[in-house]
Design a protein around this ligand. Structure first.
Ligand SMILES: [Cu+2]
Length: 157
């Protein structure tokens, strides 16, 4: 999560995944599309991992995300990163605002989700569930694709 995308191939994979899952929530003042969720396979015994996805708000009002949850993790936190004394540090953020007519990409090197207390190993190719709890009490669901960790080793640094 403290890395930068360095390879075009990797981006192509991400764009491909973006088209695999596309969910739109339509309510009077509450439009939010969530897509392109991905994470990397974990090792046996690994308890935490970062998850990335994209939001698109085509609506006329801002959408505030209150929290996230998943059935495979005890806790999901939203994190941002900051450069402190030349070291990138991550810290939890309380809520995430997707402004009207804007997009937000959670990606390596920036905002991300952290899954804590993973209940099992995440395997390459599987799809896991993520719930997105909005301030309006609406709950969206999206799929997170688990990618081979070689993608991270080869294409992210
Ligand atoms: Cu983090």
């Amino acid at each position: 999560m403290l890395t930068k995308i360095k390879n075009v191939k990797y981006l192509l994979v991400i764009f491909f995944i973006a088209f695999l899952s596309w969910e739109v929530s339509a309510k009077e003042n509450d439009f939010l599309a969530v897509h392109g969720g991905y994470t990397f396979e974990t090792t046996e015994g690994q308890r935490g991992t970062a998850v990335y996805l994209s939001f698109f708000n085509p609506g006329k009002t801002d959408v505030n995300i209150k929290s996230f949850s998943s059935n495979i993790a005890e806790k999901v936190e939203m994190h941002d990163i900051k450069l402190i004394d030349d070291v990138m540090k991550m810290f939890p953020i309380k809520n995430l605002k997707i402004a009207s007519k804007s997009e937000l990409f959670l990606q390596p090197g920036g905002k991300h989700l952290m899954f804590f207390g993973l209940k099992r190993k995440l395997n390459d190719g599987e799809i896991i569930n993520l719930k997105i709890h909005l301030d309006s009490n609406k709950v969206l669901e999206t799929n997170i694709m688990v990618l081979n960790k070689k993608l991270r080793e080869n294409y992210l640094n």
